[in-house]
Design a protein around this ligand. Structure first.
Ligand SMILES: CC(C)(COP(=O)(O)OP(=O)(O)OC[C@H]1O[C@@H](n2cnc3c(N)ncnc32)[C@H](O)[C@@H]1OP(=O)(O)O)[C@@H](O)C(=O)NCCC(=O)NCCS
Length: 157
């Protein structure tokens, strides 16, 4: 079964927040963060569904020819099946059509699956933000963020 994608809109706060809680559990961002993101015209992303049931999302911020991944996740039961690669690939293609040529992101140093995902898109290491992430219920110590840039080839010229 293949994924279908729906462009995220302002009315999607409930769906996104439900996915967020399912994926990130105690580390989920608060609902107000999603309300804020979705109120901004710079927010760009997709909800991915299997047979009509949402299983993941990617949320970005897009300004001019640059974008940044704010968050990406796939619900636990569907992880490890190539879905994040598919969602990110779809998003990168859409950004390319919008003339975006750089996609920035940051990730916890310990998040091996996410780092592997980004590396599969040719992510170039940019630097380290020491102690960038606060401690949280599942991460008792502050943690460094690794920053990356994914180059995007222009399309549609
Ligand atoms: C990171 C995440 C989005 C990956 O989603 P996924 O659908 O499982 O990933 P995919 O199946 O598309 O695999 C993508 C790559 O990650 C690798 N990967 C997936 N799960 C992995 C694991 N548990 N350990 C190591 N690598 C893993 C895959 O092998 C693949 O790399 P490859 O092509 O080099 O083999 C998912 O683990 C997730 O939602 N995690 C919780 C939220 C999170 O941490 N989001 C990212 C930070 S905002």
């Amino acid at each position: 079964m293949s994924l279908t994608y729906t462009r995220i809109q302002a009315a999607d706060t409930d769906v996104l927040f439900a996915l967020e809680k399912h994926i990130f559990a105690e580390d989920a961002w608060p609902r107000e963060d999603f309300e804020l993101f979705l109120s901004r015209p710079t927010t760009f992303g997709y909800i991915a569904a299997l047979a009509g049931v949402p299983v993941g999302y990617v949320l970005c911020q897009k300004i001019a020819d640059e974008a940044e991944i704010l968050s990406i996740g796939i619900v636990p039961a569907h992880q490890g099946q190539g879905h994040a690669k598919a969602v990110l690939g779809y998003t990168v293609q859409a950004l390319a059509q919008l003339k975006v040529n750089k996609l920035f992101l940051e990730v916890r140093r310990s998040n091996a699956p996410a780092i592997r995902l980004y590396q599969s898109f040719g992510a170039i290491p940019m630097g380290v933000r020491k102690g960038y992430y606060d401690s949280s219920p599942t991460h008792p110590e502050r943690e460094d963020a690794l920053t990356y840039k994914i180059p995007i080839s222009a399309q549609g010229d």
